[in-house]
Design a protein around this ligand. Structure first.
Ligand code: GUN
Ligand code: ZN
Length: 430
């Protein structure tokens, strides 16, 4: 049934770093979102201007809480959902000792199905309504995740990870199987309901040249799919890639050689990219995904948003949790950590830009902005309701907050799932 959600409404229309902070968003102290029978936004704006036709409909009034577009996590690993806080010494050690053994369990369909329910419910509890997700190497795990997302009406983009070397038998495929199973999943799931597929070679270290070639061919044959992988996360990883691909110019060139750069390609991390790599990523319209809690936890390095976004050859970027290398499911907490990483690089990440990145910015990066990312009419009512007074510490801080920007800033530094008053997926409250 058509219904109304009332509160302080916030909706971005552009990147504050480009449009300016003021022109980047609409904000109403008493705003309303009208949700239609199909779970889409029929109208949004100031409550005082609500068209008569919607007056008197069932209403949930969130008072001083902030109603905005649901968070979008641009990089997260489903089969790592319970292995946060695994004490690896560095990336490769962490993968070998903790990650690959845990991901190997997803060949069991019962385990994968139960995990998919927990994983998606956890995203929703943290205010995340969409995500670009790495599944495990097992086709059945990706199927379980797609099915669980479909049951919730969630727009999830995922793909079966491809990895055919430098990993244990139970989480390795081969180029032929990886290619065939990926195509089968695309044929079944890509565009079904809200599901979309991402071609997912894990990274250059775990894919042979033959598998990277298959990945490029898959992308060429399925140009509306996304492609996701990892790039330039740790110095040791970069040196290993150089050993494995001695004739490549650099790490980015490995992927470039196999046709894996382009506007639908997303590269997690991108911390240590050279000028040449940034120029090539920019030229091809490829995107990079900043994962601050993962980068500090695994000791990867400090992402430099000024270097990545350099006006002369800007590389598009988003933000993500990277659970379970990342240490928190909360995009609020992730924005707080992104702020701190920026400070350490002598850059500034404002609260408004952070919230833009976690909503409309990530929606644009993942080519989902026609459907999600703001409160614009026609988009799905994927919403998060934020309580700026959710904890005693937040409430005390809120007493001295005078502006939206300051409230958002406090939420990003002090907030987490406790600050999620409600999450709506396709108009339905969870
Ligand atoms: N590089 C390759 N696989 C992974 C992963 O699972 N997590 C992180 N953080 N980096 C990776
Ligand atoms: Zn990752």
């Amino acid at each position: 049934m058509t219904h109304l959600v009332v509160g302080r409404t916030l909706s971005f229309c552009d990147d504050p770093a480009i449009a300016g902070e003021r022109a980047s968003h609409d904000y109403e102290e008493r705003g309303v979102v009208v949700i239609d029978d199909l779970g889409r936004i029929a109208w949004s704006g100031p409550l005082s201007e609500l068209p008569d036709v919607y007056a008197g409909l069932p209403t949930t009034d969130f008072g001083d809480n902030i109603v905005t577009a649901g968070f979008i996590d641009a990089h997260i690993h489903f089969p790592q959902y319970r292995m946060l806080a695994a004490p690896g010494n560095d990336l490769i050690d962490w993968l070998n000792r903790f990650t690959f053994p845990e991901e190997s369990r997803y060949g069991d369909s019962g385990h994968a199905a139960a995990a998919a329910d927990v994983f998606l419910d956890r995203l929703i509890a943290h205010g995340t309504t969409s995500a670009l997700v790495f599944s495990s190497v097992h086709k059945i795990a990706a199927e379980a995740l797609f099915a669980a997302a479909d049951a919730r009406g969630m727009a999830i983009i995922t793909g079966k990870t491809m990895m055919d070397r430098n990993a244990p038998d139970l989480c390795r495929d081969d180029p032929e199987t990886g290619g065939r199973e990926s195509q089968e999943l695309i044929d079944t799931w890509h565009g079904r309901g809200r599901a979309r597929y991402a071609i997912t070679p894990r990274f250059a270290i775990t894919s042979t040249e033959a598998q990277l070639k298959v990945s490029g061919e898959l992308l060429k044959a399925n140009p509306t799919c996304l492609m996701q992988t990892h790039l330039s996360e740790q110095h040791g990883e970069i040196a290993y890639v150089k050993e494995l691909f001695p004739s490549s110019k650099d790490y980015t060139d490995v992927y470039d050689h196999y046709g894996l750069l382009g506007p639908t390609s997303l590269f997690a991390h991108g911390i240590h990219l050279t000028e040449r790599e940034c120029a090539r990523l920019s030229e091809t319209g490829s995107g990079v995904v900043h994962c601050p809690t993962s980068n500090t936890f695994l000791g990867s390095g400090l992402f430099d948003l000024g270097h990545i976004g350099d006006d002369r050859r800007p590389v598009a970027f988003g933000v993500a949790t990277d659970v379970g290398g990342g240490t928190n499911y909360s995009m609020l907490h992730t924005l707080g950590e992104a702020r701190k990483v920026a400070q350490l690089r002598a850059r500034r990440l404002t609260a408004l830009r952070g919230f833009y990145l976690a909503t409309l910015g990530n929606a644009r990066l993942l080519h989902m902005d026609a459907d999600v990312g703001s409160l614009s009419v026609g988009k799905y009512a994927d919403l998060v309701v934020l309580d700026p007074r959710a904890t005693p510490v937040l409430a005390a801080r809120d007493d001295i907050s005078e502006t939206l920007e300051d409230r958002l800033f406090a939420l990003s530094i002090l907030g987490d799932d406790r600050a999620i008053a409600a999450t709506y997926v396709k108009g339905q409250r969870f």
